[in-house]
Design a binder for this molecule. Structure first.
Ligand code: GLN
Length: 493
């Protein structure tokens, strides 16, 4: 079988049996990347030589019989807001177009320790702000299933690279949906881990109380292995959490599915929700019912306010986090200025794109002394109400489910002129980050015109292995691995 049709786990079995070398694996995916990348633009930087070097080391160690991580020698892509020492890290922004970090993010260090060759840095919406990857300062990424459509965002590059199997594994980041929404649009698995369970050290900050790194993979099992690799307490991240003992690797036996109580979020259907998407949610509800679970409708009464609270909070935090970009110490710097004031103005004016500026202005306004109580504080109070309600719901239900996005992937250019339209496409993904839940997007089928639809399962903090187990159960019965694109399909249209 062609490698691109295999999960990372199955490739690792070939590697272990020495039926193939890691150098061959990297070369294989490099050739595929070269063929598909011009039509998709999922990468900002590729690192073939470094990847090959790691692959050769892996081959040597394997030859000597050393015990290696199952994914040692299997190429991975890293979103371009995650710091890689000595490798360009732009965050999708002109203001960091020449930034080579002097250190690795903790998650990157973990990838290196387990010897996964990093094949490149993926395209993204500038600073993670966006839902289509059209806000990249460089170029938009295209959806592998139809290149006229967006791949979602902001981790659109990572999702498109995995969906087109330019490689089997990628890391994305999720502030308000940026792992799950592109995973949904590209027909792959995207996990947003519990806030604090994966280190943010070396992740370029957008909204610090929401940002999380998560795996984007072709199968749920690959997602579980990659998550296990990147999770863990890190004393370099002040918000890092120790997982509760009993939840570490908590295994959920399939026989218990019939004991599950699942709530379908009723606010995530109806007006503004595409019929084909709603149909897939119902199908999944039947699926769990057929396996004995109890499924009923649940209302999240604060849903109407969640989007507003999310956009106020992320903009406020971003306005503070992005204050550091001034063109003085690093990053884009136009030296053709007459004084300090001009230096700040010119560099920020020329370095940031329109969406980043919009949020910095909104966030600064919301934090200003005259408006703090009316906007920022209100948003925080709303966040607390949402959290309290969610905790009650998760006492009653083991799991909440619904669509990942209200619509299938939209056209390039369709929403970029209308920020509110774009924000609305995050309506299903912003609640879980506000409350710190674990949440996964799984492929849920296709529209009549062949575009992927994603479905979302969310659970209490530190329940990611439970979610991944359910995702795998779903995947095994639905055969989603066959979703891999065939040569000549999608991208070649
Ligand atoms: N689309 C959302 C936003 O623009 C989410 C982004 C993210 O998760 N990084 O804020």
């Amino acid at each position: 079988m062609e490698l691109y049709r295999m999960s990372a786990l199955n490739i690792s079995k070939l590697l272990n049996k020495r039926e193939i070398s890691s150098e061959e694996v990297v070369n294989y995916f490099w050739r595929r990347l070269q063929k598909l990348e011009p039509g998709l633009k999922s990468f900002i930087t590729t690192c073939r030589q470094e990847a090959l070097q790691v692959a050769r080391q892996v081959d040597e160690l394997r030859f000597r019989g050393e015990q290696l991580h199952p994914f040692a020698g299997i190429p991975v892509a890293v979103k371009d807001n995650i710091s890689t020492q000595g490798t360009l890290t732009t965050c999708g922004s002109k203001i960091l177009e020449n930034y080579y970090p002097p250190y690795d993010a903790t998650v990157v260090q973990k990838l290196r320790e387990s010897m996964l060759p990093i094949m490149g840095k993926t395209n993204m919406d500038e600073f993670g702000m966006g839902s289509s990857t059209e806000n990249s300062a460089f170029y938009p990424t295209r959806n592998p299933w139809n290149t006229e459509r967006v791949p979602g965002g902001s981790s659109g590059g990572s999702a498109a690279a995995v969906a087109s199997r330019q490689l089997p594994l990628a890391l994305g980041t999720d502030t308000g949906g940026s792992v799950r929404q592109p995973a949904a649009f590209c027909g792959v698995y995207g996990l947003r881990p519990t806030y604090g369970s994966v280190s943010r050290y070396g992740l370029i900050a957008f909204a610090s109380s929401l940002d999380q790194v998560g795996p984007i993979t072709g199968t749920a099992e690959d997602g579980a292995i990659l998550y296990q690799l990147i999770t863990g307490y890190d004393n370099k991240d002040a918000t890092s959490l120790m997982p509760p003992e009993n939840m570490k690797l908590a295994d959920f036996p399939e026989s218990k599915i019939k004991e599950l109580k699942i709530g379908i979020i009723c606010e995530h259907s109806g007006d503004g929700f595409d019929e084909e998407v709603v149909k897939r949610v119902k199908e999944m509800a039947f699926f769990w019912e057929n396996h004995g679970a109890t499924v009923e409708e649940v209302s999240l009464p604060f849903s109407d306010y969640a989007l507003a609270a999310y956009y106020l909070i992320n903009s406020a935090e971003a306005s503070s986090n992005l204050g550091r970009y001034d063109g003085i110490r690093y990053g884009y710097s136009n030296q053709n200025v007459h004084d300090m004031r001009d230096l700040y103005f010119t560099n920020r004016e020329e370095g940031f794109g329109p969406e980043v500026k919009r949020r910095v202005v909104l966030g600064t306004y919301a934090l200003s002394s005259g408006y703090y109580d009316d906007y920022y504080l209100k948003a925080l109070k709303t966040r607390t109400l949402i959290l309290e309600d969610m905790q009650k719901k998760l006492q009653k239900y083991d799991l909440l489910m619904g669509p990942t996005t209200p619509t299938p992937p939209f056209q390039l250019g369709e929403k970029i002129e209308d920020p509110l339209e774009m924000y609305y496409s995050d309506i299903c993904t912003i609640t879980d980050p506000l409350v710190g839940n674990a949440v996964i997007s799984v492929p849920g089928g296709f529209t009549a015109d062949g575009m992927p639809i994603g479905l979302q399962l969310s659970a209490a903090p530190f329940q990611e292995y439970f979610l991944l187990k359910l995702a795998r159960f779903w995947e095994q019965r639905k055969g989603f691995l066959t979703y891999c694109l065939d040569e000549g399909e999608g991208v070649m249209k």
